[in-house]
Design a protein around this ligand. Structure first.
Ligand code: MN
Length: 232
């Protein structure tokens, strides 16, 4: 047995819908500005090649079906934004995967929230610095149960939305992704060798806005279990 200097951290995992099994999380990749109307609201044209950033795996808050996840309002920000996203779970690794073969590598789908300290991200953008502090903070990646792909056939053409305290905020369709799931996997796997357990937050539609402590977000992608998260 390896003699570690301290106990290694527990494996981060996400429930699998309809199963006692759990999906062990490896890396958490995120696609930036992948819906045209969101790119435009952020001041861009919506026509650029895909780009990526990462969150640490332990930023995941795994929320069981039917329960409400709790996310502490993070430090240092006065502008915490929700970004509702379809999350793709990778079950088989590979590099230089073609879009044609990409779905062989997909294990399943989930609803996720790419929570963002927008004020800090904006400051980093202005200074040409990395986005980590705006995107990769603790508890910045709430996610619902992962549905195996055979049971989630419509996930890439599904309505996607988030409400806050019952009020509509973001509402679109995953079919409007600029770079679809297969193309995203092609681009991502050209830059990194994907591994089983990697998650891909595929991007958010327009309508990103702030939440405060006491707000409850209800994230939906049709056909997948809802994601409820209370900011505390
Ligand atoms: Mn995002």
């Amino acid at each position: 047995m390896t003699d570690f200097v301290f106990a290694p951290p527990a494996t981060v995992s996400v429930p699998v819908h309809g199963s006692a099994q759990r999906f062990a999380v490896n890396r958490v990749y995120c696609v930036g500005r992948n819906y045209e109307d969101h790119a435009k609201e952020m001041g861009f044209t919506g026509r650029e090649p895909p780009f990526f950033f990462l969150k640490p795996a332990n930023a995941i808050i795994a929320v069981d079906a039917g329960s409400v996840g709790k996310m502490a309002y993070p430090s240092l920000t006065k502008n915490l934004h929700h970004e509702i996203e379809l999350v793709v779970a990778i079950g088989k690794g590979g590099k230089n995967i073609s879009a044609t073969n990409a779905h062989e590598h997909v294990w399943g789908y989930a609803v996720g929230l790419d929570m963002t300290r927008r004020d800090l991200q904006g400051e980093m953008k202005k200074q040409g610095r990395p986005w980590c502090i705006g995107k990769g903070f603790d508890e910045s990646a709430p996610i619902g149960p992962i549905v195996p792909k055979a049971q989630a056939a419509g996930a890439e053409q599904a309505a996607i939305s988030v409400t806050v305290n019952g009020q509509p905020r973001q509402s679109s369709n995953v079919a409007k992704l600029i770079w679809n799931v297969a193309e995203t996997i092609e681009h991502l796997s050209a830059a990194w060798e994907l591994q089983a357990g990697d998650l891909i937050f595929t991007g958010t539609p327009e309508g990103v806005a702030a939440v405060v402590a006491g707000d409850e977000m209800l994230g939906r992608v049709d056909g997948l279990p809802d994601l409820r998260v209370l900011v505390v």
